[in-house]
Design a protein around this ligand. Structure first.
Ligand code: NAD
Length: 260
């Protein structure tokens, strides 16, 4: 299996895309640390994976925007399993509002989870990867790393920012065996998206069905949602890639919504 004997740390892995990646990585032979703000949900996710792959999953309590919690969580995984080979910086939330009504506190919260979280988790795992001379970091970007939509100023700003962070880590890490890449999904039907549908319908003055058909899927080639499994396969491809050739890149999986 392509990830045999690897240790993965996946943030926001109690739900949605992160959980799908954790399940896929465990099936590919990796041990997976399920790091999440919600420890009970992380424990349930780890139990579900352990039922199929005994001993493969470990739940870790972590608010990715809190440096002490990130460092403690990474130290916990290193103490349990000896290192971290793969980081998937995936934890995220969505807050929608037009700029003039976007609360500054919400802006700061969004950037803290998406950007501080990516920086802090990378900073914490890199010394362990450098010590081994190998590792890979994946950031969960979005089509919104490359395109903009109304109501999503903080999200679009943060997701664009991840491209820059990933490229810097690719440059710094390359000579030391560490690769860094960004995955850019289109809309995936997870709790994060389900929450937005009524919120966007209200803000835009259209029905929930129109939000799905026009706003979320209107620019795809086939009107289809991207799935958790689609994104898990992209993550596996990046994580298992056998050389430094694939670093500093981003890959969009969005049914053609974005073609950049
Ligand atoms: P989700 O809501 O299903 O899962 C997000 C997880 O992150 C939850 O388990 C939550 O508890 C956790 N989390 C939230 N804040 C956290 C924090 N401060 N520290 C640690 N964990 C925290 O959402 P999802 O759709 O699976 O989203 C995962 C990632 O994928 C996000 O970065 C999101 O921006 C990105 N993404 C999602 C879509 C989509 O359409 N669903 C599209 C593109 C990108």
């Amino acid at each position: 299996m392509p990830l045999t004997n690897t240790i993965s740390l996946i943030t926001g892995a109690a739900s949605g895309i992160g959980f799908g990646i954790a399940r896929r990585f465990a099936r590919a032979g990796s041990r997976v640390a399920i790091a999440d703000l919600r420890l009970d949900a992380a424990e349930a996710a780890a139990a579900a994976i352990n039922a199929d792959h005994p001993g493969a999953a470990l739940a870790v309590a972590m608010d990715v925007s809190d440096e002490a919690q990130v460092n403690a969580g990474v130290a916990h995984v290193v103490a349990a399993w000896g290192g971290v080979d793969i980081l998937v910086s995936n934890a995220g939330i969505q807050i929608v509002n037009p700029v003039e009504a976007f609360a500054f506190a919400d802006w700061k919260k969004m950037l803290a989870i998406h950007l501080d979280g990516a920086f802090l988790t990378s900073k914490a795992v890199l010394p362990h990867m450098y010590a081994k001379g190998a590792g890979t970091i994946l950031f969960m970007g979005s089509v919104h790393s490359k395109e903009a939509s109304p109501l999503k100023s903080a999200y679009v700003t943060a997701k664009h920012g991840l491209l820059g962070l990933s490229r810097v880590i690719a440059k710094e890490g390359g000579p030391r065996g560490v690769r860094s890449n960004v995955i850019c999904p289109g809309f995936v039907r997870t709790p994060l998206v389900d929450k937005q549908i009524p919120e966007q319908a209200k803000e835009l003055g259209i029905s929930e069905a129109e939000v799905v058909k026009k706003v979320m899927l209107g620019q795809t080639v086939d009107g289809e949602f991207t799935t958790v499994d689609d994104i898990a396969e992209v993550a596996l491809f990046f994580a298992a890639f056998p050389s430094n050739a694939l670093t500093g890149q981003s890959l969009t999986a969005s049914h053609g919504w974005s073609m950049t």
